[in-house]
Design a protein around this ligand. Structure first.
Ligand code: NAD
Ligand code: TYD
Length: 334
């Protein structure tokens, strides 16, 4: 198979490229990425000279470019998005542009090129926030997005489903919980905490730190997407979770203990506006239909993630200093 993977210079997309090219020696991948602040070609440097890998710098909103790229592949796996809730609170425009308009442009390209197989990667945040006693989100939970980020992802999910029902486009959607692991951009809680602790800085904890997330190791997520792309039922949505609900403060305390630090490294800061209290996922549909379940426990995953960040100081220090954004100009674009 030849896959167009959008946003594969980002966190999950780059992990997916590693996963696919290692698992399927006869597959090839086109990485289409705009290289926004979140895109970093060092994430996929390993494949730079591999004949099965091509990088194209471009915007998913560019219809002519998308038509040309989609025509040439067997399937689209769509990760590209603006992904950080805090940034969407400061400025929502690029979220609507990329997440909603960009997805519509890609869907049209898939339609025009003979109804190409299309997998859309989405988030559990489209379902809103749970109370402590609520059942976890599932595929039948009504949409109730509460941040500009999740609202824009909800819009994209609705468009994907609409193209299935209206045009018969062969789509699938996955809504997954918070990922963590290698190449996680250090603006998100876990990589920010690990890198701050290595640098001897404090970890900012929003509000009372009692917000709950269901953490999923990124490689488990990549395996779920692989299964959905190959065996998923067209038109269906699959919820993907880590079976690892934890309060933010407990995640931070676990990292402190893994890194030999004490609670003086915690700094409680002003809460995020509209902060969703709890996310949790019931993944029994993908478990029953496709035989997927998470394999990495939170304890194993956090320990290996801490190890990865300790061994890749060069990678994240270039991000924190801003130097990584020179990579395309100086190394890649020859
Ligand atoms: P990320 O921010 O690390 O990467 C996004 C990538 O998309 C970057 O490489 C960026 O350059 C690229 N991009 C942004 N706008 C683009 C545009 N207009 N055209 C082309 N490329 C563009 O994000 P991530 O954490 O890897 O998330 C990937 C996908 O998974 C997103 O759709 C996100 O909503 C979804 N998701 C993420 C999580 C998570 O915990 N990170 C959880 C659930 C769902
Ligand atoms: P984040 O990694 O931004 O993911 P999301 O908002 O998509 O869930 O945040 C995870 C949780 O950690 C969320 O409840 C917000 C909180 N948080 C902090 O407490 N401090 C921080 O510095 C960050 C970035 C997040």
């Amino acid at each position: 198979m030849k896959l167009l993977v959008t946003g594969a210079a980002g966190f999950i997309g780059s992990n997916f490229v590693h996963y696919i090219l290692k698992k399927y020696p006869d597959y090839s991948v086109v990485n289409l990425d705009a290289l926004t602040y979140a895109g970093n070609l060092e994430n996929v440097k390993e494949w730079e000279h591999d004949s099965r890998y091509t990088f194209v710098r471009g915007d998913i909103c560019d219809a002519a470019l998308m038509d040309g790229l989609v025509r040439d592949v067997d399937a689209v796996v769509h990760f590209a998005a603006e992904s950080h809730v805090d940034r969407s609170i400061l400025d929502a425009k690029s979220f609507v542009q990329t997440n909603v308009i960009g997805t519509q442009v890609l869907l049209d390209a898939a339609l025009r090129s003979g109804k190409k197989r299309f997998h859309h990667v989405s988030t559990d945040e489209v379902f809103g926030a749970l109370k402590p006693e609520d059942e976890p989100f599932s595929e039948t939970t009504p949409y109730d997005p509460r941040s500009p980020y999740s609202a824009s992802k909800a819009g994209s999910d609705h468009l994907v489903r609409a193209y299935f029902h209206t045009h018969g486009l062969p789509v699938t959607i996955s809504n997954c919980s918070n990922n963590y692991g290698p190449y996680h951009f250090p603006e998100k809680l876990i990589p920010l905490a690990i890198t701050n602790l290595i640098e001897g800085k404090k970890v900012p904890v929003y509000g009372d730190g009692m917000q709950v997330r269901d953490w999923l190791f990124v490689e488990d997520h990549c395996r779920a997407i692989d299964m959905i792309v190959h065996k998923g039922m067209l038109g269906e949505t699959y919820c993907v979770g880590g079976a690892s609900e934890r309060a933010n403060i407990d995640i931070v305390k676990q990292l402190l203990s893994l890194m030999g630090k004490d609670e003086t490294s915690i700094e409680y800061v002003t809460d995020r506006p509209g902060h969703d209290r709890r996310y949790a996922i019931n993944f029994s549909k993908i478990q029953k239909e496709l035989g997927w379940e998470p394999t990495v426990t939170l304890e194993e995953g956090l320990a290996s993630t801490v190890e990865w960040f300790m061994q890749h100081e060069d990678w994240w220090k270039k991000i924190k200093s801003g130097e990584y954004q020179d990579y395309y100009e100086t190394q890649y674009k020859r």
